[in-house]
Design a protein around this ligand. Structure first.
Ligand code: DGJ
Length: 380
């Protein structure tokens, strides 16, 4: 008995020591390691994005549990002044207990992103929403707003995107096709792919609105904001312009890489050019990242080779992009943020943050076991 008490005490002391070491100030990033918040708990903010507001970074992400990827808690928020040490700010958007709510506990809430609208003074959150019990078929975007950066965010609406509106870059011939999605019994045939590239699924979803799954938001230098999402059954990315208050669409949108099967888009702007890193579509399993570049956000976008180099480059270092963060106060300095998913134990998904380096004007991602922001001076 005395021995058991002693062992328990020993374990408690060990745990306490471990937690207090984890809670100490960090000065480096350790991609793929456990990452603890300032209270010593593991950061739970997957598929996340970061907003910088009045001197602090705010990291919003999916709260994940141990067994399921369903949203049982909501969207979490952490804040930091230095990007290494993160304070838990609680639940920014809570799931609802109301079975009639689209964001009811058990729905799927993925890849939340928050932007600030200076005109309205509101923080606006967009997220990928799948309705409870319907797998990934709804393909909705959800919108929530708050007067305070950390929340609570108030859910305002969900649905598909730009119903009854054609993308800017679909020709009259493509819009007026006689082909229907139901004409094709089999997917992936050359005829089907050619029809997909011509907008077969845009036509299919024209009345009800375009599908919206993996997503990000981007605010440009002129304060115009854009919603970038995997549409058309994940076959084609769309970029849709938002209204000045950021809570609706202007109706201007384009298709990017038709039939290219891109998701997990993350975007940044450097010296007037737009750079987008995406992944292919292999569920929770990693694949090779893709790079696209444009001089205008509404296109044309050009595809470039995988920006990752070195060991495991073809698997994006076993991760999938979620956001590209401009580091404040350092010109043209960006951090690539990705998730190493663990679908069997989602809470154990790890964060892969890497510096975006540049070679010959193109972004390059290399693995670092650990690194700090000083890497940007060293490599410039
Ligand atoms: C990959 C996406 O990027 C994730 O956000 C998630 O939707 C999974 N697919 C589901 O399989």
């Amino acid at each position: 008995m005395a021995f058991m008490k002693y062992t328990l005490l020993f374990h408690l002391l060990f745990l306490f020591g471990y937690l207090s070491v984890q809670a100490q100030d960090k000065t480096s990033f350790y991609p793929g390691d456990l990452w603890f918040d300032t209270d010593g708990y593991i950061i739970n903010a997957h598929g996340g994005g970061i907003l910088y507001h009045e001197g602090r970074y705010y990291w919003f992400g999916e709260h994940k549990g141990e067994k399921s990827n369903a949203a049982l808690v909501g969207v979490t928020c952490y804040s930091s002044s230095d990007l290494y040490n993160w304070k838990n700010e609680g639940i920014a958007l809570s799931v609802s207990e109301d079975p009639n709510s689209p964001i009811v506990k058990g729905s799927t809430i993925e890849r939340p992103k928050v932007i600030y609208n200076a005109r309205t003074g509101k923080f606006v959150m967009y997220f990928h929403l799948e309705l409870k019990g319907r797998g990934y078929e709804a393909a909705h975007v959800g919108v929530a707003v708050s007067d305070k950066v950390t929340g609570p965010y108030r859910y305002i609406k969900n649905g598909r995107v730009n119903a009854g509106i054609w993308p800017l870059n679909m020709t009259d011939k493509q819009r007026n096709t006689d082909l229907k999605a139901t004409d094709f019994e089999k997917w992936w045939t050359p005829e089907w792919m050619s029809a997909i590239k011509d907008g077969l699924f845009v036509c299919r979803d024209f009345e009800g609105g375009q599908m919206s799954r993996d997503m990000t938001l981007f605010v440009d230098d002129d304060n115009k904001a854009y919603h970038i999402y995997a549409s058309e059954d994940n076959l084609t990315l769309h970029i849709a312009e938002l209204t000045d208050d950021y809570v609706a669409y202007t109706g201007r949108y384009i298709r990017v890489e038709p039939g290219g099967h891109n998701e997990a888009s993350a975007i940044f702007r450097k010296e007037g050019r737009y750079f987008m890193i995406t992944s292919g579509c292999t569920g929770w399993a990693p694949n090779a990242a893709r790079l696209m570049i444009a001089d205008n956000i509404m296109g044309e976008w050009t595809l470039y080779p995988n920006p990752c180099t070195g060991k495991d480059a073809e698997l994006t270092f076993h991760s999938q992009s979620t956001y590209i963060l401009p580091v404040q106060g350092k010109k043209d300095t960006f951090i690539f943020m990705a998730d190493r998913w663990q679908p069997k134990n989602p809470i154990d998904g790890r964060y892969i943050w890497l510096p975006v380096l540049f070679e010959n004007g193109l972004p390059v991602l290399k693995w670092f076991d650990n690194w700090s922001l000083s890497v940007f001076q060293e490599t410039k």
